[in-house]
Design a protein around this ligand. Sequence first.
Ligand SMILES: C[S@@+](CC[C@H](N)C(=O)[O-])C[C@H]1O[C@@H](n2cnc3c(N)ncnc32)[C@H](O)[C@@H]1O
Length: 263
Amino acid sequence: MARLTTRAVTSRADVIEYFDALASGYTEAHGSAHRLLTCRLGVIRQLLAGAPQGILLEIGCGTAVHALALAGDFTTVIGTDISPAMIDVARSRARLAGHAARVCFRVDPAEELTTVADHSIDVVLCVGALEHMPSKGRVLGQVRRVLQPGGRLICLTPNGGYCWYKHLAPLLRREVRHLSTDQFLTGAQLEAHLTGAGLETVERRLWTFVPRGDLPAGVGPILAALDWFGRRAGVDSLRGGIAVAAQPTARDRAGRPDRRSDL
Ligand SMILES: C[S@@+](CC[C@H](N)C(=O)[O-])C[C@H]1O[C@@H](n2cnc3c(N)ncnc32)[C@H](O)[C@@H]1O
């Protein structure tokens, strides 16, 4: 396995070039694709409980692994991504899966979402992509804009407080970021971004994410064992993934200030 080296990026064009080059051969990098998809879908469906399931928008959808797997749960699915090559692959996969009528994919950076109308979306999904988006405030501001008042954001992203990222990788002098603009948020940092964008957390939890594709030989099983222990003992720093469900704050849901704050 090649050693991970962080690629320096200085512009949006650099980011697009990086993901365009990955698109045609894009596969799960961190273990069994089937097992990881099943695990992520389980987390997503738990966080979806009680959410309206009309229109799903996945931002940073890549080749649409999650959007297509969830297509049967929603009436309409929209996938957006900054990379034209990822969107080409997503469209081909949708045609092959026979979903072309209810699913559409568009090149549209998450900081802009110019193709998505205000308050038109029931659920926004973001999986393994927020960490690659440098302007998180702008992205979450767009999420809040496009969500309908009772809508929900579900975001799965690496845990910035994970022992591998914070302690072990620096100790072993290993890179953890693919792009120099990548940033892994702690739970508290993610919640601060959500609040700043007018979104409130419905639920935040940790999930099993071991970045096996990025690790030196022999470290994966150790991190998997630490995750197992962390899950049982409730030690957040031993868990690699954060999953959050959030909704527009009461002020935004009602279009006026939250009356409870007047009491
Ligand atoms: C690691 S891939 C994950 C793709 C997909 N969500 C999945 O889980 O298979 C990250 C994706 O985010 C996209 N991306 C990165 N920055 C973006 C941005 N600013 N706006 C929209 N998409 C972006 C990339 O092009 C890439 O397809």
